[in-house]
Design a protein around this ligand. Structure first.
Ligand code: SF4
Length: 350
């Protein structure tokens, strides 16, 4: 039986709703009343609509990301990411596995977009990112998902792999804003972003959460579909993100409101260049920048075909990664990752 768009949206929301059969939290409501997201201020200044127009015009000769395919997505042409004009969504629900300051008590309101402009061969979400599993929806439906996540008490709207659907996200955010959306947007990206596009997002996004996957162009090319410019391009994008939102700020309940949160996945055989990464952060950003050095690499998708990354990381590889970060005087490491580090270090010494 064919699934209609309406069925899909209903099912997607119900999936999240089953996790959350309790009223929206009182303190979250109070916080939302007191705190205003960047895009609300932009709307008041009369600048949001113009930004959306500018973003949508990019679809005609798509250069939303560093691949710069030049296809006309308004006419149905598809580029490297294989994304159509309308957003394709795999799911939308409160997520409790994200960073503690995003999850809080009621979850991070996560929307998973299908397709991807980077397409790593070790992708942990490959059915969504590579195969495009999901359902095409309208911008109005996307706005409805945002509002639903807010109603359930989520602390933010966490946009996973947003790069190739950025104009749709902006349009949906404005539609939702007019209906009462008040949560910060989390731009949860692979980091493979054009500087010009990040500049366009100035005044819209409150929390940037980019990955920094590699520090070496050859590794990026090998494992991320030829993206040899990844380290250079991502470094510039992250510096601009920091210029816009700065060091992470939280509310009195330690819930993230605005700032930069960088993710770095430790890979086997030092493929990710972790030592170089932490030194780069220390030299180019405030030492109090939030950095999550993640231990959860697993062999997914085609990674088993590449000997260097066809195993999980060792305890030593994770310990040395956190030690490099400490030696670089980074002061705001993700507490969960530090707890994993402390656990293994203690076990080693006992
Ligand atoms: S968003 Fe997609 S179509 Fe546009 S430049 Fe990037 S890969 Fe190409």
């Amino acid at each position: 039986m064919e699934t209609t768009r309406r069925d899909f949206i209903k099912r997607t929301l119900l999936l999240g709703g089953t996790l959350l059969f309790y009223p929206a939290p009182l303190y979250a409501t109070k916080k939302e009343e007191a705190w205003r997201p960047a895009y609300a201020k932009l709307e008041e200044e009369g600048k949001f609509a113009r930004k959306i127009e500018e973003a949508y015009s990019i679809f005609e000769d798509c250069h939303l990301c560093p691949r710069q395919c030049g296809v006309n997505r308004q006419k149905g042409e598809k580029g490297f990411c294989r994304a159509p004009l309308k957003p394709v969504v795999f799911g939308a629900h409160p997520h409790f596995g994200e960073e503690v300051s995003l999850v809080g008590n009621y979850g991070s309101g996560t929307i998973f977009f299908s397709n991807c402009n980077l397409r790593c061969i070790f992708c942990q979400n490959w059915p969504i990112a590579h195969e495009g599993k999901g359902k095409e929806i309208e911008d109005e439906d996307l706005a409805g998902m945002m509002l639903y996540l807010q109603e359930t008490g989520c602390h933010n709207i966490n946009l996973v792999t947003p790069t190739h659907v950025m104009p749709n996200i902006l349009n949906a955010t404005r539609i939702a804003l007019k209906k009462g959306l008040r949560l910060p947007l989390v731009y949860n990206t692979s980091g493979y972003e054009r500087l010009e596009i990040v500049k366009l997002l100035d005044g819209i996004v409150d929390i940037y959460m980019p990955d920094m996957k590699f520090m070496d162009g050859d590794q990026a090319a090998k494992y991320s579909s030829g993206a040899s410019d990844y380290p250079e391009v991502t470094a510039k994008a992250i510096i601009e993100m920091n210029r816009q939102v700065g060091v992470l700020k939280t509310d009195s309940n330690e819930i993230a409101l605005r700032g930069l949160m960088i993710r770095h996945l430790v890979m086997p055989n030092r493929v990710a260049g972790t030592e170089k990464f932490v030194k780069w952060v220390a030299q180019n950003l405030p030492k109090s920048t939030y950095v999550n050095i993640m231990p959860q690499y697993r062999v997914e998708y085609k990674a088993y075909e590449y000997p260097k990354i066809s195993r999980g990381i060792t305890v030593n590889e994770f310990l040395e990664a956190i030690e490099w970060a400490k030696q670089s005087s980074l002061t705001n490491l993700d507490p969960k990752s530090v707890a994993v580090y402390e656990f293994y270090r203690h076990r080693r010494s006992s």
